[in-house]
Design a protein around this ligand. Structure first.
Ligand code: NAD
Length: 489
């Protein structure tokens, strides 16, 4: 089947995301023949002058962040630029003229993807203008791709959704959660539903707990103005962490269609036990980094970063426990933790299986390690299964071994960047790896209860050193249940 033709209208064409991810990803699709020749990109921003300057910009992005190949100039000839003011109707009318012209030149059949890679405060305004000024009035498909964050709480998300839905139907809205584009996050489903040795054990009879860690070594960088109003729970937990939990916990869908998968994920979010009021302190831990030593040099505390208030109450770390109240998961804690300025950069999932009923190999206080299934999401991609085997040469001795699979070890396979896959999905009209409104709403409802408690209580920050794995309370969260965070490697 031929790849669909489409116009891609990119708002925020000079932004960091466009430069680092979107142009290189689009070019990869083009190089691999996954982008029809009938495509055009209109970059919309404020900074540049004309097509020539924009094309230089795109070329520079690809040579810096992507893989260059012979047909780069051909690719770049499909790019057009329009300087734009998001609040001005006149701007959209000019845009419409350009779009109509390109539609004709490239035979795009009226297909339009509107990609909003700009500050979230403009999402609603742009969507409304697209309708009012006639850009959504087309014979082909129209799709809205929208970056995070989708609101900063449930109320603002509802408001934003209303504005977007005035111009686009739910199945035309592609809410990006780039974690869902990651190879190993997509692999959760395959590991679970294509292996007879996991799915029968994937429940509260055989799994003792699940741990999801997403740690960064970077600090807040240049994002302080946004981040200080958000914090880790809104920036990471509401979207990425809860998405991973719902993929780990969902029932097998009856078919691998967008609707079926999403509806199973939604059921998980509906089954999440709400954590409110005083209980927040029992289930969630927040942290903020102080100064510390990383890679041999001193790094500043969060409160000493540029644009961060000296008394900031914002968390740069969250650890938490989710309970899913359904037949499959009753009693199995899902622990998550995420933060900045942690010791390692890693996203991984550890499934800890229950201990076997008795240890036949007991000797001098020896214990058997539980079986672990580790899914490495980034930077390594792969799975590790921890088993116990006989210790060679000993009668009763056992020793843990790891069965390893790493996608990096497959020759010649360079796993595609998340944005490449998500852009391709959107071009083909597959919304499975994007977030449905119901997921957004349920996640915010859960997270709002925690934010509310945290906002109203001044925390004793900083409470972890840059370069550590977070505050002590995050260890205690598991210890009081008789568990501990497994080291990643
Ligand atoms: P950015 O600040 O680097 O870029 C903003 C873009 O919007 C620029 O092209 C600018 O010209 C344009 N713009 C700003 N005001 C405008 C106006 N009034 N009219 C027209 N154009 C205007 O932002 P970014 O880092 O690229 O982020 C864009 C979006 O992507 C945000 O929603 C962000 O949360 C999301 N995101 C970014 C990253 C990333 O790695 N940078 C990762 C995930 C999500």
């Amino acid at each position: 089947r031929e790849n669909p033709s489409s116009l891609i209208l990119l708002f925020g064409a000079t932004g960091d995301l466009a430069k680092r991810k979107l142009y290189p990803s689009l070019y990869n699709l083009f190089r691999k023949g996954n982008l029809s020749n009938r495509f055009a990109v209109v970059g919309v921003a404020r900074r540049l002058k004309d097509d020539g300057e924009f094309r230089n910009w795109v070329r520079d992005s690809i040579t810096t962040f992507g893989e260059k190949a012979d047909n780069l100039e051909e690719f770049i000839s499909h790019f057009y630029y329009q300087s734009h003011d998001v609040n001005d109707s006149e701007s959209y009318k000019q845009l419409k003229e350009l779009v109509d012209r390109l539609d004709h030149t490239y035979q795009l059949e009226g297909n339009r993807i509107f990609y909003l890679a700009m500050s979230p405060e403009f999402f609603g305004t742009v969507a409304e203008h697209l309708r009012e000024d006639g850009l959504t009035n087309t014979n082909g498909f129209k799709r809205l791709v929208i970056e995070k964050p989708f609101g900063h709480d449930l109320a603002s998300a509802i408001e934003l959704n209303k504005r977007i839905r005035s111009a686009f139907k739910e199945d035309e809205v592609y809410r990006i959660d780039h974690y869902l584009g990651k190879e190993m996050v997509q692999n959760i489903e395959v590991i679970r539903f294509a292996n007879a040795i996991f799915e029968p054990l994937w429940n509260n009879r055989y799994i003792s707990n699940i741990q999801v860690t997403s740690s960064e070594t970077l600090g807040v960088e240049e994002r302080a103005r946004y981040y200080d109003k958000s914090g880790a729970i809104r920036d990471m937990v509401q979207n990425h962490m809860l998405q991973i939990v719902s993929l780990l916990a969902m029932e097998p869908p009856i078919r691998l269609t967008t609707d079926e998968i999403r509806s199973e994920k939604v059921k998980v979010l509906r089954a999440l036990r709400p954590v409110e009021g005083e209980a927040v302190h029992d289930y969630f831990v927040r942290g903020q980094y102080g100064e510390g030593i990383m890679n041999g040099s001193k790094v500043p505390a969060y409160r000493d970063e540029p644009n961060v208030p000296k008394d900031s109450n914002t968390e740069t770390f969250v650890a938490g426990k989710f309970l899913i109240d359904n037949f499959r998961w009753a009693g199995v804690p899902f622990y998550i933790r995420t933060g900045k300025r942690m010791a390692t950069k890693s996203t991984n999932i550890i499934v800890q299986f229950k201990d076997i009923p008795m240890n036949l190999y007991y000797k001098n206080g020896s214990t058997l390690n539980p079986n672990l299934l580790v899914i490495h999401v980034q930077p390594d991609e792969g799975i590790t299964l921890h088993l116990n085997v006989k210790k060679t040469g000993e009668v009763l001795g056992t020793t843990p071994v790891k069965l390893n699979f790493s996608t990096k070890s497959i020759d010649g396979i360079n796993t595609p960047e998340a944005y490449e896959k998500l852009l391709y999905d959107c071009l083909r009209g597959d919304a499975t790896n994007f977030t449905h409104w119901d997921e957004v709403a349920l996640s915010w409802r859960f997270v709002d209860n925690i934010s509310e408690v945290w906002t109203n209580e001044q925390a004793d920050f900083p409470n972890y050193a840059a370069g550590s794995m977070g505050p002590k309370a995050a260890e205690e969260l598991l210890e009081k249940d008789g568990f501990f965070w497994w080291p990643v490697n």
